[in-house]
Design a protein around this ligand. Structure first.
Ligand code: ADP
Length: 406
């Protein structure tokens, strides 16, 4: 079965075409600047010799439907596409950010699913509308092709009330759905499945802590295959310090900044989302590589930003070890988790008493590949697993569509 994976943002679409017989990537692409001047589609097809055939289209794309039409054309391009006809696409998997409390698993898309996702727009006003635009566009351009929605929030729906409820008047949860939802679910689920396979132990017999450390970052505690806690909350703002997000913060800070600066609450929230985190503290960049270089050259605030980031991850790991009464493996993923040996080292430093021992050589050697980076005698295994959310979406789409046929 060939599965097209679609991830629609407000002005962008990421896509991948996979052959699920072998899980081979046939091509991947990115459309940027949808609805604004300078729309551009960039597609890359991997070749057998390890090279890539690149295809770029620069033409106005007024909306997601327009952009998806160009994606379809690019996929079947006689020279630079990967298939001859769109009929070869057996299913489409859509990344959808928020399913509220409605779905704890991926679902085949139907009218009632679309309605349920529309009802969740209030919870994810920036994310769900473009996700829905992508679904509608594919529906009208490829009617009859089964589609599946894979949700960022679904994997975390197993959290218990004492974990997901905030200690605020209960009616806010009942009336407005204010609770911890968690995000990056597909990435955490993927890490758990991969680590179980690497350790050759059933995921139902493992206690895991999975760390997705990219621009956005979150940690999850996964006990016996079920998410029992995660660091992101009602929105992705809670939890870890991120590239531009502040993470955990005393809510009174918002009021004080409003009062002192005259900014509105929305403007302050925007600052907490887009100008805080590594960027805010360092005053330099949200990108870990820039901070690493600057810190090595003596930039004090870059160094402090890195320390705050590492400390927050460590705090969550400690909390989750306590919550699960131990941990079998800690997994790192995402741009920082996969590539930054120094950050992994800082996070795991001085946790020998908790059974976490990093092998310095293995850690240094691991840049963007799957690897075990703990010592052989470390009671807790520490691993790096490159993120592959598209593969999870394609697998779930493949599975649900196959099941629907029997
Ligand atoms: P997103 O959440 O946008 O998908 P990524 O997972 O790509 O983000 O992660 C981006 C982060 O990963 C940036 O802070 C970047 O500096 C960091 N990163 C990427 N490559 C490396 C590398 N080779 N060494 C250290 N950090 C890296």
């Amino acid at each position: 079965m060939k599965v097209l994976v679609i991830n629609c943002g407000s002005s962008s679409i990421k896509y991948q075409l996979l052959d699920m017989e072998t899980e081979a990537l046939l091509l991947k692409g990115l459309v940027e600047r949808i609805g604004i001047e300078g729309s551009i589609l960039t597609q890359k097809r991997p070749e057998a010799d390890g090279s890539e055939t690149k295809f770029v289209i620069e033409t106005p794309m007024k909306d997601h439907k327009d952009a998806i039409q160009h994606v379809m054309d690019a996929i079947v391009d006689p020279d630079k596409g990967a298939i001859k006809s769109l009929d070869e696409i057996n299913a489409i998997g859509h990344r959808v950010v928020h399913a509220g409390e409605k779905y704890a698993n991926s679902v085949l898309i139907s009218d009632s699913v679309i309605k349920a996702l529309q009802d969740c727009i209030e919870l994810a006003p920036l994310h769900n509308p473009p996700n829905l635009d992508g679904i509608e566009a594919c529906r009208s351009l490829m009617p009859g092709v089964p589609m599946v929605a894979v949700f960022d929030t679904a994997f975390h729906q197993t959290m218990r009330p004492e974990v997901y409820l905030y200690a605020i008047p209960y009616e806010f949860y009942e009336k407005y759905g204010i609770r911890k939802y968690g995000f990056h679910g597909t990435s955490h689920k993927y890490m758990a499945a991969e680590v179980a396979e690497m350790m050759n132990i059933d995921v139902n017999d493992l206690k895991l802590i999975t760390c997705h450390l990219g621009n956005g970052a979150s940690v999850s505690a996964i006990k016996h295959g079920r998410c029992i806690d995660t660091s992101m909350g009602y929105t992705p703002l809670e939890g870890l310090v991120m590239g531009t997000r502040c993470g955990d913060l005393d809510p009174s800070v918002v009021k004080t900044i409003c009062n002192r600066t005259g900014l509105s609450d929305n403007e302050v929230l925007d600052i907490l989302n887009t100008k805080s985190g590594l960027l805010g503290v360092s005053g330099l960049s949200s990108d870990f590589r820039d901070l690493r270089t600057a810190a090595a050259e003596g930039h004090k605030r870059a160094e402090i930003a890195i320390r705050i980031f590492a400390r927050r991850v460590r705090n969550y790991i400690g909390a989750y070890i306590a919550e699960m009464n131990g941990v079998d493996a800690i997994v790192f993923s995402g741009g920082i988790g996969e590539n930054a040996a120094e950050m992994r080292n800082r996070i795991c430093l001085n946790m020998g008493n908790l059974g976490i021992k990093i092998d310095q050589h293995r850690n240094e050697e691991c840049v963007g590949n799957t690897a075990m980076i703990s010592t052989d005698d470390s009671p807790v295994k520490v691993m790096v697993i490159p993120a592959n959310e598209e593969l999870v979406i394609a697998r779930e789409t493949d599975e649900l569509v196959r099941k629907s046929r029997v």
